[in-house]
Design a protein around this ligand. Structure first.
Ligand SMILES: N[C@@H](CCC(=O)N[C@@H](CS)C(=O)NCC(=O)O)C(=O)O
Length: 251
């Protein structure tokens, strides 16, 4: 398998965490987001949404959407299981993952793109920007790239994005009342879905994490898992300094 991903991308991090838990070997192909490699025809053939990650299977087929990819990996490599056996609990898991997709990721986009991509995109000429925007397949991300290049998110927008991102903490604190992991006794794809966001919250607002004892203890357990180190969730600031905006992979 070949994973096309961004080192700092939350969706990519989920898939790297899942591959590591499963012990699946794969080729890592970092995508240069600042050069918009993810909007080339070759990439769009793998992921029509023009976002990372994309997984290229050995038989020549492709998969996109981190949540879908993780469920696929759990199907083809059932051990160790990363989904609850009970259908109701599986449904709860999917709703939680969807919640993070809808509520956490768009807020992290505003915060991370302002740091990682804005310095690069602001340099583009109007003609270069127009050409780049024309290659983006979704209106939502065209608008986000336009914002980052020409109308930077304001401090009030960034504050509100952080508030939105932090909603994850009380939600998880309540879920962790029943066990070590979000769905109880077993580590699942719900935990994997949350990890990239909590990792970023630990950097942006460590005091919020310390004030939520169950989430703080969960975060310690997460970091102690051997798969966590293998997935390389480097700190955002040091990764940005080391890898540069090209491979940062945004939100
Ligand atoms: N729902 C998608 C979200 C993918 C996504 O938004 N990827 C971001 C990085 S986390 C990306 O490619 N951003 C670059 C862009 O939008 O141009 C998934 O879970 O795979």
């Amino acid at each position: 398998m070949k994973l096309f991903h961004g080192w700092l991308s939350s969706a990519s991090r989920r898939v790297r965490l899942c591959l590591a838990e499963k012990g699946i070997d794969y080729d890592s192909v970092p995508v240069d987001m600042a050069a918009q490699e993810h909007h080339t025809p070759a990439f769009l053939a793998m992921n029509p949404n023009g976002v990372v990650p994309a997984l290229a299977l050995d038989d020549g087929r492709f998969l996109h959407e981190s949540a879908t990819i993780c469920e696929y990996l759990d199907e083809i490599r059932p051990s160790p299981p990363l989904r609850p056996a009970d259908p109701y609990q599986r449904a709860v898991m999917r709703n939680f993952v969807r919640w993070t997709d809808e509520k956490s990721l768009p807020n992290l986009l505003i915060l991370n793109w302002s740091l990682a991509l804005q310095p690069v995109a602001a340099q583009w000429s109007d003609a270069a920007l127009a050409e780049r925007l024309a290659r983006i397949p979704t209106a939502e991300r065209r608008e986000a790239w336009l914002r980052i290049a020409r109308k930077p998110y304001t401090d009030a927008e960034k504050r509100s994005a952080l508030d939105g991102l932090l909603l994850l903490v009380p939600k998880m604190e309540a879920m962790l009342a029943d066990g070590d992991w979000l769905l109880g006794a077993r580590y699942t794809l719900a935990d994997i879905a949350a990890i990239p966001f909590i990792a970023r919250i630990a950097e942006l607002a460590p005091e919020v994490l310390s004030a939520a004892p169950a989430v703080a203890a969960w975060w310690q357990r997460v970091q102690a898992r051997p798969a966590f180190a293998l997935a390389q969730l480097e700190r955002f600031d040091s990764a940005l300094a080391r890898r540069g905006a090209q491979q940062a992979g945004a939100q």
